[in-house]
Write a new protein. Structure first.
Length: 337
């Protein structure tokens, strides 16, 4: 695909026209979208005009925005060439990738360059999982590289989803014997004791996001059989006390709701041949006022240990509905919640 910058029709200091050549007409149709809705989305967000001329797309507008539109269109076309689809979420992600990175904390952006332009995928029984942003690619690399990883960031950034996918991949490849998924059963407004049923019935609603992730990667019957055989365990954090978790892939989700003592207890469960992933969102702490978050203390105490990977996500890494990213940014800007 060739890019040609033609002489601008107006002030050369600010206006430009870029011609992008897309040789595969079938892929170009997918790039444009039904009724050119993908092009319209980019036009609206960047304030450019995109015209189709055969296998060429002409991008007209301010010099910096036409360059950004050209980058986005080229990235989406490359995605189509690799056999992947282009959705609205993919367009939204590319639009946000051009914004300045506001990630904070150690390693927020380390080791990303080696992944640019390359495909990283996690194979599971039901689907191929593709990390989409640079932060997610770095996170997946660290999930396979380090025995202990932290994934910290807002909702919808794939922290838990990618961790469970990596665990399933290692399990089906024989790298670990078990998958153990855990969460603190912290009450966010409801009282656990008032829920109907026995203890399993009471805690299962808290564990449901973990069941959902597993069912995306393994056939339902196989998941049920593995849970029955205790090769997959989904349990509240309190149930981890006193155990040594060897040859297992262990995920602690919603770690911001673990107390400091619970976090220390969980981290010291790590056994021979195991990998451990801790995910959390600093902005969603449901602990009682005055109780310190174990996730916060772990960040403070463990960042200097080179064998532990800390991975940070921002609203740019949200892969749910594009509105989720806008909602997160609005709350972060307000700062009152």
């Amino acid at each position: 695909m060739a890019t040609t910058v033609l002489p601008p029709a107006t002030d050369p200091a600010t206006q430009s026209e870029r011609m992008l050549d897309f040789p595969d007409n079938r892929l170009l149709i997918d790039l444009c979208g039904e009724y050119d809705r993908n092009l319209a989305e980019i036009e609206q967000k960047l304030g450019v005009q995109i015209l189709r001329r055969g296998n060429l797309l002409a991008v007209l507008g301010e010099e910096d925005t036409t360059a950004e539109a050209a980058r986005i269109l080229s990235a989406l076309y490359t995605r189509l060439e690799a056999g992947r689809e282009v959705t609205r979420a993919d367009i939204d992600r590319e639009l946000r990738m051009g914004q300045p990175d506001t990630a904070t904390g150690p390693q927020a952006g380390d080791q990303l360059e080696m992944f640019r332009g390359g495909a990283i995928e996690i194979k599971t029984r039901r689907k191929l999982v593709e990390p989409r942003t640079d932060a997610q690619k770095s996170y997946v690399q660290n999930l396979f590289k380090h025995e202990l990883c932290f994934g910290i960031g807002p909702a919808g950034t794939g922290k838990t989803y990618l961790a469970v996918a990596a665990g399933v991949n290692m399990f089906i490849n024989g790298q670990v014997d078990r998958i153990i998924l855990s969460r603190p059963a912290v009450e966010a407004g409801e009282k656990l004791g008032y829920l109907p049923g026995d203890m399993k019935d009471k805690v299962d609603p808290y564990m449901q996001p973990l069941y959902d992730a597993l069912n995306d990667f393994l056939p339902g019957k196989q998941t049920a059989k593995l849970i029955e055989e205790k090769r997959i365990e989904i349990a509240p954090l309190a149930f981890m006390r006193g155990r040594t978790l060897a040859n297992a892939f262990v995920v602690l989700d919603e770690a911001q709701n673990a107390t400091s003592m619970q976090m220390k207890m969980f981290l010291t469960r790590l056994g021979e041949g195991s990998r451990m992933v801790i995910t959390g969102d600093r902005s969603q702490i449901d602990l009682p006022r005055g109780v310190s978050s174990g996730l916060h203390d772990a960040e403070r105490l463990l960042t200097t240990i080179p064998q532990i990977s800390f991975n940070y996500f921002t609203s740019k890494d949200v892969v749910r509905h594009p509105l989720v990213a806008a909602i997160i940014e609005a709350y972060e800007a307000d700062g009152s919640v």
